[in-house]
Design a protein around this ligand. Structure first.
Ligand SMILES: [Zn+2]
Ligand SMILES: [Zn+2]
Length: 190
């Protein structure tokens, strides 16, 4: 059997190694991939919005898509800075639908609803769920209306916390079709 395809994790700016290692060990249990930790890249100044004090998610994604590391199936950027797109106050992440790159921000995920630091049992599943959701987009999955599906849009931490880290039957079929097209065999039943 060929080795599973690699997802490259790229820290943008400084990111706690423990977080990267958690993604590295957890994602392969859910997707048929291996995860490689890649070299950190600096966050470019041009993505920063001085009034919003946030980084433009789409621009940061484009930056990530330049100089793609060779041999990667997908690349997931992980950053500690807060992200926005012009029509939303903030986003937890963004991805190119059917593209090479996805991005998640730890900024909001690390906070409780009242702004305090979220404890690990709250914070860690959020990182995995956000990473999975954005990687799902890179595999051509769109937002899903199934309440229990990881591809459901979650604009708030409450909604993110309610989701389980798995794909609904419909999304799993779509995902398997995509992976099959890429010569990769499938996502196991859960
Ligand atoms: Zn989404
Ligand atoms: Zn779904």
């Amino acid at each position: 059997m060929p080795p599973p395809p690699s997802i490259g994790l790229v820290p943008l700016g400084s990111v706690d190694q423990k977080i990267l290692r958690h993604l590295k060990t957890t994602l392969p249990g859910i997707l048929p991939v291996s995860v490689q930790l890649l070299k950190a890249r600096p966050i470019p100044l041009h993505t920063y919005h001085i009034v919003r004090e946030q980084h433009n998610s789409t621009q940061l994604l484009e930056y990530l898509a330049q100089d793609l590391p060779p041999g990667m199936f997908k690349v997931l950027g992980v950053t500690g800075v807060d992200l926005y797109i012009p029509i939303l106050t903030y986003v937890f992440g963004e991805a190119q639908i059917g593209g090479d790159v996805a991005l998640i921000s730890l900024y909001r995920l690390s906070q409780e609803l009242d702004g305090r630091l979220a404890p690990p049992h709250v914070f860690w599943p959020r990182i995995v769920k956000s990473g999975l959701h954005e990687l799902g987009h890179t595999c051509n999955l769109k937002h899903c209306r199934q309440p229990d599906c990881i591809m459901q849009f979650s604009g708030s931490l409450e909604k993110l916390d309610q989701k389980n880290p798995h794909f609904c039957d419909y999304c799993r079929i779509m995902l398997n079709d995509y992976l099959e097209q890429q010569g990769i065999t499938n996502v196991s039943e859960r």
